[in-house]
Design a protein around this ligand. Structure first.
Ligand SMILES: *Cc1c(COP(=O)(O)O)cnc(C)c1O
Length: 378
């Protein structure tokens, strides 16, 4: 079967991840590891579909987490290197965190002083997140280097006298960016923190590297990694989320109704607010297979979800023919920051989750129901 035929066989709404596309991404990432000796970790924040962790674990070095539950998921389902960065660790969780993670990254010297004895006694490799105050992007909510940011220690707040016991530095400043932004950031990191890097064992470049995007400059990335490894004799880690599952997943939906109140609205069983919240939060316009910009093709519709939120709108799209009730619409690049962020607002059900396997079959992984909605509410 082709994946385009699979779309018509799925119950909707449904996320479907294409294994073959995922493997292509993993091969690109693995080539970077092989050519440099760096380690690449899956940032689970973007993609936590753990039924694919065995496959991902064949290529990547492990997982990284933003908190306890992701840390446990990586430990249980991938079982390779397991790093964690948290903006602030919870006292009642820290013992368990130490039992799950081999690398613990702190966001401040306060946190380091508070937890260092415990972490070092457990034999964990500890690191500090630095903030090189080098903004290379425009999305304010995704810019950890914005003025006054709480993310990472700036040079002014840096405490060289407390470095004993720390083995690594970590920065995460990019979002969907190319290697030129990394190169610029590394200059800032070296200028400000280079003198401390010589005494470290590792440097983590964070996420936000769009390594698997067609126009990404992999050679420049490799040059950056080799430069840092050569100059400071540190191990380099990268922890992309998006790049792992970029363009590997779809969200298949069905047109439920069409209403024309001056604008033709198609109402779908998928919701922007519930099933692709980044469309509203980032915001951005997802691609739909076979659709164009408003007015580009003969029939334009405003696409919205079946919730009562007026703003639950994916955008205006045009089609070659009129939409009719029952038509399937397929949203692209829906593996990342979708399942991890979806919700049951309005009592909407969660989309099913399926895999289009390498053998070109559908494997339904999970379907949801009323209990998934109810269980969180009392
Ligand atoms: C969000 C995040 C990542 C992953 O970012 P992507 O943009 O998905 O590649 C990695 N590390 C940290 C610390 C993050 O906050």
């Amino acid at each position: 079967m082709r994946i385009n035929d699979a779309f018509f066989e799925l119950p909707t709404p449904c996320y479907i991840v294409d294994e073959e596309r995922l493997i292509k991404n993993l091969e690109i990432l693995d080539a970077v590891q092989r050519r440099t000796g760096c380690h690449i970790l899956l940032a689970q924040k973007a993609f936590s579909m753990f039924s694919l962790y065995p496959l991902i674990g064949k290529y990547l070095s492990g997982t990284t987490a933003s908190g306890l539950f992701e840390a446990r998921l990586g430990y249980e389902e991938m079982g390779k290197e397991n790093h964690v960065f948290s903006t602030a660790y919870l006292e009642n969780e820290f013992d368990q965190m130490l039992s799950l993670c081999d690398h613990i990254i702190f966001n401040s010297f306060n946190q380091w002083v508070k937890y260092k004895d415990q972490a070092l006694a457990a034999g964990r490799s500890c690191g500090m997140r630095i903030n090189p105050e080098c903004s290379t992007q425009e999305h304010a909510i995704y810019d950890p280097c914005a003025p006054g940011s709480r993310m990472g220690v700036t040079l002014k707040q840096f405490k060289p006298e407390l470095l004993k016991g720390l083995e690594g530095l970590h920065f995460h400043t990019l979002c969907e960016q190319n290697a030129d932004a990394l190169e610029e950031t590394l200059k800032a990191v070296e200028d400000q923190f280079g003198c401390y890097l010589h005494q470290m064992k590792w440097l983590n470049f964070g996420g936000g590297h769009h390594i698997t995007r067609k126009d990404y400059d992999v050679e420049k990335l490799i040059a950056c990694i080799k430069h840092i490894q050569g100059k400071y004799k540190v191990k380099v880690y990268l922890e992309p989320g998006e790049a792992v599952a970029l363009d590997t997943g779809f969200l298949v939906s069905t047109v439920l109704d069409i209403v024309d109140n001056g604008i033709k609205n198609a109402i779908l069983d998928a919701s922007a607010a519930c099933h692709m919240p980044d469309v509203l939060e980032m915001p951005y316009r997802p691609e739909i297979i076979g659709a164009g910009l408003a007015g580009e093709k003969p029939f334009t519709y405003r696409l919205g979800g079946a919730t009562c939120l007026a703003g639950d709108i994916m955008g205006d799209y045009s089609f070659d023919r009129q939409l009719k009730i029952g038509d399937k619409l397929v949203f692209c690049d829906m593996a990342i920051y979708s399942m991890v962020k979806n919700n049951t607002f309005n009592g909407m059900n969660l989309p099913s989750i399926a895999i289009f396997t390498e053998a070109k079959n559908i494997r339904m992984v999970k379907q949801f129901g009323y209990e998934d909605f109810k269980n969180r509410l009392s």
